[in-house]
Design a binder for this molecule. Structure first.
Ligand code: SAM
Length: 265
């Protein structure tokens, strides 16, 4: 019998609710040069006693939130996610790391954040925005809850400028994860951020290798969908193999981008 499809928000819940533990322990998410860079950038923005209120929007397993909450500049970090199971693993992770007194969780989503204007000194988000149904509205909402002069730190997987490569990449991302929306290319990211009125201070990119077996296992991809990913990659033209640095076992490499921006005073 055919299932009646829910809306995109339902798909996000279906995708992430059963996989929270897998994201909490995912090596790809728990480490990475972007986390160290984010911590160093934020530490350089304010004195240690700044007492900042920070938000991690789309916290998932909490890896960016944990890194920021450990900084002396951050007095309180709010880890927000629409998926209840993610908030549970973040609460446990905060306890395990001795961060429970300075980290709390809130259920919600970018686009309808349950906070007043100018509530935060720092608003951050990592590897979440490519799931947002309305990215422009989501980013505008992040900037709304920032105080004037506050900082926005955004990290996400990047799309390709080349449309052929972009189409293949989005297909490979969507097949194991129906809540995927789009990895945006760098020029689109710049335009999206500038449209919110922030000033971009820093941008940086890194490769992110996705090892096929652990990637498919983390997302609990059914065999027929994993097979479809392999089929798409096997049939892909040389330009796509070069762009995605595909490997014989189906592993491939994406690019990730980081932006630090400031809301004008
Ligand atoms: C890959 S996980 C995030 C990883 C995490 N930030 C980290 O650093 O490891 C993506 C998360 O985005 C959340 N999400 C999806 N749509 C969202 C939205 N509109 N606003 C905020 N979070 C959203 C999902 O529930 C999921 O937990």
């Amino acid at each position: 019998m055919q299932q009646t499809p829910g809306d995109h928000d339902d798909l996000v819940q279906q995708q992430y609710q059963p996989r929270a533990q897998a994201y909490a322990s995912s090596a790809v998410h728990a480490a990475g040069p972007d986390l160290a860079c984010a911590s160093a950038l934020v530490a350089a923005l304010a004195p240690a006693d700044a007492g900042w209120r920070a938000l991690d929007a789309g916290c998932g397993g909490g890896h960016l939130g944990f890194a920021l909450a450990a900084l002396p500049q951050v007095a309180q970090l709010c880890a927000l996610d629409p998926t209840p199971a993610m908030l549970e693993v973040v609460q446990q992770g905060a306890l395990d790391r001795g961060l429970a007194a300075r980290l709390h969780t809130v259920q919600g989503q970018a686009g309808s954040l349950p906070f007043a204007d100018a509530s935060f000194d720092l608003v951050a988000s990592r590897y979440s925005a490519h799931h947002w149904r309305h990215l422009e509205a989501g980013l505008a909402d992040l900037v709304r809850v920032l105080r004037p002069g506050g900082y926005l730190l955004l990290i996400d997987t990047l799309g390709h400028d080349d449309v052929l490569c972009q189409t293949h990449m989005q297909t490979v991302e969507l097949l194991p994860d129906a809540s995927h929306v789009c990895n945006r290319p760098v020029p689109e990211w710049r335009a999206l951020l500038q449209a919110t009125g922030v000033d971009i201070l820093h941008e940086q990119a890194w490769p992110l290798r996705l090892e096929f077996a652990s990637w498919i296992a983390r997302m609990q991809t059914p065999p027929h969908r994993a097979q479809a990913v392999r089929a798409v990659l096997q049939q892909a033209p040389a330009e796509v193999h070069e762009a995605l640095q595909t490997e014989a076992d189906g592993s491939f490499t994406l690019q990730t981008g980081l932006w630090l921006a400031r809301k004008p005073v």
